[in-house]
Design a binder for this molecule. Structure first.
Ligand SMILES: [Zn+2]
Ligand SMILES: [Zn+2]
Length: 70
């Protein structure tokens, strides 16, 4: 890993620590994976029973609904 990449990764991990993950949708409905730190998040509205230890983040679709509702 060269210095530039190491710096980029450090920055990305700092973002993760501040809860700015780089979410990437997975093949599973409502599941997102952070490509930097590997943490998974689930949309509580897509999944009726998301894993209890998981982060709950509404997907793009449900986020919009939620904003309109609140
Ligand atoms: Zn992350
Ligand atoms: Zn959803």
């Amino acid at each position: 890993m060269n210095k530039q990449l190491a710096l980029e990764r450090t920055k990305a991990l700092t973002n993760c620590a501040n809860d700015y993950h780089q979410w990437h949708p997975t093949f599973m409905l409502g599941e997102k994976l952070c490509t930097v730190c590997g943490v998974r998040a689930y949309c509580p509205l897509c999944l009726s029973r998301p894993p209890t230890t998981a982060r709950l983040i509404p997907c793009a679709l449900h986020r919009r609904e939620r904003r309109a509702g609140v």
